[in-house]
Design a protein around this ligand. Structure first.
Ligand code: FES
Length: 89
C-alpha cells in the first residue's frame, strides 16, 4: 500500500508574498526533524485558485488556507504525525 503524502505549496505571487516562501522552509525542517522526507513528496504550484485566502498549502486532497507560520506546525503534526488538538484548519 502506498502511504506516501503529497504536499503542494502554492508559490504563486499572492501566496508567495503572504508567506509560503517561509512556510516551505518550515516544512522542509519539519520533515528533516521527523525523518519523513522519504514518505512525503513536496512540490510547488503556480496557483491553487483561491489566491484571496492564501497562503494556501495542499496536503493530499485537503487545501489549508491562510497558513501562517504559527498555524503550520499544528497542521503538519495533525496531518503527518496524527497528533490531535493543535493548530487551525
Ligand atoms: S497564488 Fe496561491 S492560490 Fe493563487
Amino acid at each position: 500500500m502506498d502511504d506516501s503524502i503529497r504536499i503542494v505549496v502554492c508559490m504563486g505571487s499572492s501566496c508567495f508574498v503572504r508567506g509560503n516562501e517561509k512556510n516551505l522552509e518550515l516544512i522542509e525542517k519539519f520533515l528533516e526533524k521527523h525523518v519523513l522526507a522519504a514518505r512525503v513528496l513536496v512540490s510547488g504550484s503556480l496557483c491553487e485558485c483561491c489566491c484571496g485566502q492564501g497562503p494556501n498549502i495542499r496536503i493530499n486532497d485537503k487545501v489549508f488556507h491562510a497558513v501562517s507560520r504559527e498555524k503550520l506546525p499544528g497542521i503538519l503534526e495533525r496531518e503527518l504525525l496524527g497528533v490531535k488538538g493543535k493548530g487551525g484548519s
